[in-house]
Design a protein around this ligand. Structure first.
Ligand code: AMP
Length: 209
């Protein structure tokens, strides 16, 4: 199974991708996570990536495609994978089509109002865990349940950057909905429901097809 999750920021696509990857026992591949790990390592590439990401811009297609191409050469993807945050542009989708055949694309759909509400309540931890103060707050305010480190607002979750990222989503990523619809692989899921219900919905769809 080769699956893509599409959706705006805070649509819950990352959460759903992780749940499904555990269920199907295939890797969850998030370009955002790969980029953040590279930034953390402090090398030259990380500094370049940070310039784009901290401003809420997209990382150039050529660089992003190269990262994904390398990742998809690894042994662990032989039984399939779940892509989260890639492709994000038409050029990336065309590139991916050249190297892989995708089985299903789930679009997790939420309104912009809901995205902004969720992001302004999002808190992150350097261990990778994220929280939402409305829907899944940490047990102790400001502290990660998993590792005890202080939580923070991601630089690209700041209000002005969020607006820019949403605009980019509509301009660059939304056209992929039609692209995959035409290929007959698109499934749109209502993302404004509880996490577990959406997960069950996705599992049922996969079982049926
Ligand atoms: P995410 O964690 O998916 O929200 O990604 C965080 C940031 O990484 C995005 O706002 C972009 O700057 C960058 N990024 C992640 N995936 C891609 C992609 N497929 N193409 C271009 N930039 C990306």
């Amino acid at each position: 199974m080769k699956i893509i999750f599409l959706g705006s920021q805070a649509s819950g696509k990352g959460t759903q991708a992780i749940l499904l990857s555990k269920k199907l026992n295939i890797p969850h591949i998030s370009t955002g996570d790969i980029f953040r790990a590279t930034i953390k390592s402090g090398n030259e590439l990380g500094r370049t990536l940070n310039e784009y990401i901290s401003k809420g811009s997209l990382v150039p297609d050529e660089l992003t495609n190269k990262v994904i191409e390398e990742r998809l050469k690894k042994e662990d993807v032989k039984n399939g994978y779940i892509l989260d945050g890639y492709p994000r542009t038409f050029e990336q989708a065309v590139f991916l089509d050249k190297i892989q055949k995708i089985d299903k694309v789930f679009e997790i759909n939420i309104s912009d109002e809901e995205a902004i509400k969720r992001i302004s309540n999002r808190r992150s931890c350097s261990c990778g865990k994220t929280y939402n103060l409305l829907y899944n707050p940490p047990k102790k305010e400001g502290i990660c349940d998993l590792c005890g480190k202080p939580l923070f607002v991601r630089e690209d979750d700041q209000p002005e950057t969020v607006k820019k990222r949403l605009k980019l989503y509509h301009q660059k990523t939304k056209p992929l909905i039609d692209y995959y619809k035409k290929q007959g692989v698109l499934i749109t899921v209502d993302g404004e429901r509880p996490i577990e219900i959406i997960h069950q919905d996705i599992l049922n769809i996969i079982k049926k097809k």
